[in-house]
Design a protein around this ligand. Structure first.
Ligand code: HEM
Length: 223
């Protein structure tokens, strides 16, 4: 659990520094508005870290090996944090908090609708994938295999990426407007997504190369 506490503390410190201190958002909005920003980044960071533990171990990072046995609990805690992010987001989802998501008519902008759709689908895929950790799964084996496959995992990661891009891309392109030049949390989250995809692809490639080398070496062995 130390891992999750470190991620949660770092995300909370960053959210307070960027929004309450650098951007001067009133402290009365720390519990939910700023708290939700910290929580959403910690949820994302915890889940993505879970998906990097084994690839980093396979890439030879010895310091990560002790965490192999903790992946389940870290992953389920990340899932819980996402759930809390959802509840808080629904609690304060109105123009007073999120003017940037609304048009003058009071409806959501196209980008906000796409962002939230990606968020909802990402949550559904994360829910599906988290069934992987359930030992009493019953039902259609094919659906269970698909739900708990790496494909579902990658779909969830890409959908979270969409959730962040559609809500934050405008702010990402104006660094001169960032308070103390601290990047927006949605951009930090997106960098986490890219890093996770990179670690998994590199690790996967390395395994492929090793497998090819092993099979080639076997073929060439003198009888
Ligand atoms: C039903 C699904 C979801 C809803 C309704 C939702 C809602 C929101 C809202 C309203 C924001 C804007 C926060 C702000 O700008 O202060 C947001 C930001 C964010 N969400 Fe979600 N979200 C959902 C799913 C997810 C999932 C599955 C993840 C990750 C695993 C996630 C991670 C994030 C992150 C990292 C931010 C950026 C926070 C920021 O820019 O301050 N969200 N979400």
């Amino acid at each position: 659990m130390r891992t999750v506490l470190i991620i949660l503390s770092a995300c909370t410190l960053y959210a307070v520094l960027r929004y309450n201190i650098a951007k001067d958002v009133d402290w009365s909005h720390l519990p939910l508005f700023i708290g939700n920003k910290a929580l959403s980044l910690a949820a994302l960071g915890t889940l993505l870290f879970t998906f990097c533990i084994r690839p980093l171990h396979q890439l030879g990072m010895a310091s990560i090996t002790p965490l192999l046995d903790e992946r389940k609990i870290i992953g389920m805690t990340g899932y819980l944090l996402v759930f809390l992010h959802l509840i808080i987001s629904f609690l304060i989802f109105n123009p007073a908090y999120y003017q940037k998501f609304y048009t003058d008519s009071g409806k959501l902008t196209g980008a906000a609708e796409l962002s939230m759709l990606c968020g909802v689908l990402a949550f559904a895929f994360i829910w599906g994938y988290s069934r992987r950790f359930q030992t009493f799964l019953r039902g259609d084996a094919q659906i269970i295999t698909w739900l708990t496959s790496n494909k579902t995992l990658f779909a969830a990661i890409l959908l979270v990426g969409g959730h962040l891009v559609f809500m934050g891309y405008k702010g990402w392109l104006t660094p001169e407007k960032w308070p103390w030049y601290l990047p927006p949390i949605s951009l930090v989250g997106f960098v986490f997504v890219l890093a996770t995809l990179a670690v998994n692809v590199v690790s996967h490639r390395k395994i492929q190369v090793n497998l090819n080398y092993a099979s080639n070496t076997k073929v060439n062995l003198p009888s």
